[in-house]
Design a protein. Structure first.
Length: 365
């Protein structure tokens, strides 16, 4: 904690100009995206494991708080990507260092230039959803906001669980290895750390096309609000709502993950690469950040390392499990009751076909 307070104080005091602020922004955007990723991988897995929860998670994404957060998230990814490329270029071409202040300004300018049309595209989806379609009744906005906050509570419980596991692991490790503070203050650069240094650069570059493609699809081509619309599902030949009685977020994922070209499930393979690269890059990055602020205490530092390792392992396991299970069409029917709840929450009329389907399902039981 002391070193975090020190960092904040010294960052504000020290006049390191643009280079220093781009370091702060790179760190903040990296950590912000990692936190989003933890929620996102878990709730994406619900599409196959708990379809009703997935419908609710996407409804939360389509609520006003997340709509604001969505602009922040896209800024964070784009700025971090461009600044990351700058870091990689300067690492391999140290002679360019005298241009580093101009490069930092250029990264910011490029980010704003790229984001201007992207934000316009996203804003048009937002206006359609909130104003043209009036998909959330004015009197229901607060209910939707409260609902989307409550929807995140299980993640706090999950975080406490992972933290407890990290503390136990750190304690066991300390028992076996003893106190590292006895072994000299600064750890030597090990081959493992050199590997991670190279990995951060290589994975960063590989992530650029993957994450930009994913975001373009989910924010511009289709748009977060169209995940539940009766439209063609981006990157497939299918239309949402042709299997279920009404379109749903679960059917959207079903079509994307069942789409095969030349015998290859294109989007499952794509998501697998994205999952592995961003999880390893993001949580190793988070390890750098947390260990920077816990270096004063051996146990706190080990807990930070364990926390990043356990969280990354859980996300890789859960995210990959969702990609590898065979997809059953039943998940779309399971999503229907939750879809009706969302219509009601937003003050929209539940379509007759959906009511009839749900009545039929209750009678059938
Ligand atoms: C609000 C913005 C986003 C939306 C609406 C969104 C939406 C989705 C959807 C619908 C899927 C399901 C599979 C598919 O259709 O391909 C998915 C999967 C995935 N997304 Fe995103 N995404 C967003 C941002 C991001 C970002 C910023 C990252 C990376 C940092 C990311 C990483 C992933 C990964 C790794 C998967 C696969 C998860 C798994 O294996 O279970 N997404 N996303
Ligand atoms: C889009 C392409 C990306 C590029 C080009 C990129 C590049 C980089 C680079 C070069 C570093 C510095 C590594 C070091 O200091 O050794 C870094 C750090 C980091 N990255 Fe990325 N990255 C990208 C995407 C992401 C994503 C999607 C996340 C989150 C899931 C993320 C999270 C982080 C974090 C938390 C750090 C540590 C920041 C720090 O030490 O201050 N990055 N990134």
């Amino acid at each position: 904690m002391t070193s975090l307070v020190l960092t904040v104080r010294e960052t504000l005091r020290y006049r390191g100009a643009i280079g220093q602020w781009s370091w702060v922004l790179h760190r903040l955007t990296g950590v912000g995206v990692v936190l989003f990723l933890a929620l996102h991988v878990i709730d994406t897995s619900w599409a196959v494991f708990y379809p009703d929860l997935y419908v609710k998670a996407i409804a939360a994404y389509q609520s006003p708080i997340f709509t604001l957060g969505e602009f922040g998230l896209v800024f964070a990814v784009v700025y971090h990507a461009f600044n990351g490329i700058r870091i990689v270029i300067f690492d391999y071409k140290p002679e360019l260092w005298r241009h580093q202040a101009q490069a930092a300004v250029a990264v910011l300018a490029l980010t704003l230039l790229v984001l201007a049309p992207v934000f316009l595209g996203m804003a048009s989806h937002v206006i359609d959803f909130y104003f043209t379609e009036q998909a959330i009744a004015g009197s229901k906005v607060m209910d939707v906001v409260v609902f989307s906050i409550i929807e995140q509570l299980p993640f706090i419980a999950g975080f406490v669980g992972v933290l407890a596991a990290a503390i136990v692991l750190a304690a066991l490790f300390s028992l076996v290895r003893g106190d590292a503070s006895q072994r000299g203050k600064y750890p030597q650069a090990s081959p493992v750390e050199r590997f991670w240094w190279g990995f951060m650069r290589l994975s960063g570059i590989l992530i650029v096309p993957l994450v930009f493609g994913h975001l373009a699809l989910m924010h511009v081509v289709q748009g977060v609000f169209d995940i539940t619309a009766a439209q063609e599902v981006a990157g497939t030949l299918a239309t949402n709502g042709t299997i279920g009685v009404v379109p749903s977020a679960v059917e959207f994922v079903f079509h994307r993950w069942s789409y095969a070209a030349g015998g290859v499930f294109v989007w499952r393979v794509y998501d697998l690469f994205l999952l592995v690269l961003v999880t390893l890059h993001g949580f190793n990055g988070l390890r750098y950040v947390l260990t920077d602020y816990t270096s004063f205490n051996d146990f706190a530092r080990r807990t930070s390392v364990a926390l990043c390792t356990v969280t990354a392992a859980v996300l890789l396991a859960v995210g990959a499990a969702a990609l590898f299970v065979p997809l059953e069409k039943d998940i779309i029917n399971e999503a229907m009751a939750a879809t009706a709840e969302i219509y009601e929450l937003r003050g929209e009329e539940v379509p007759e076909a959906l009511e009839a389907f749900l009545d039929g399902a209750t009678e059938g039981e």
